[in-house]
Write a protein that binds this ligand. Sequence first.
Ligand SMILES: *Cc1c(COP(=O)(O)O)cnc(C)c1O
Length: 240
Amino acid sequence: MAEKNLEQMQQAVAEIRERMAAAARAAGRDPAAVQLCAACKTRTAETIALSAGLDIDLFGENHVQELCANFDAGAYCGKPSHFIGHLQTNKIKKVLGRASLIQSVDSLRLLEAIDKEAGKANLVQDILLEVNIGAEASKSGVSPEELWPLLDAAAAQEHIRVKGLMAIPPVNDNDDENRAYLARVYQLFVRAGERGYSNVSMETLSMGMSGDYENAIREGATLVRIGTAIYGERDYGPKA
Ligand SMILES: *Cc1c(COP(=O)(O)O)cnc(C)c1O
């Protein structure tokens, strides 16, 4: 399937921004307090570069290979890039310096490996801890019970700064259930902030995708990750 052209993407982003702002206002929040992350997996570097000129704040990549290729090609046109996918420890080195925020840290092992590599590179890496309230076996993220020891461990790392939480709620057509899930993530976000660590600041709550970003904003998201609604359906088939 052909990717959207610039005009189509521009229209899509304008509509998303309107809906984001309306959802923020409905919740008594400042629309400027919610960032739009373009989840650009599978898109070409050309499409990504075109979209960089639109009203999006940053890019989110799921795969290290795509992050490297797009970053090195200058496809983000100077906008920040975040890593939002499953990260293998042997690929951390490639992500450092290319992703200003690693959103998807969900194990002590990964946390310690990032700290070690960041130390070697003499930098401090910003991260989010990924939570999974539903405890679905297929999804990444730590349970609420596992979050506290992970946060304790993260707070003790020299080369890591925790900036918030990330969640990928299960796909749910039931609006109430979706909102209840998002609200529980928000509660964790607030509680995490109340623990008062010196190198943990709960600034970013990353939740909400094409199907539920308005709900996510109503429930407190500060960053939504949107792919399909900006770029169209993804084509995972072999490239021609
Ligand atoms: C692909 C992806 C998104 C965007 O999903 P859409 O439904 O296409 O908006 C958001 N977050 C993560 C982690 C993703 O992998």
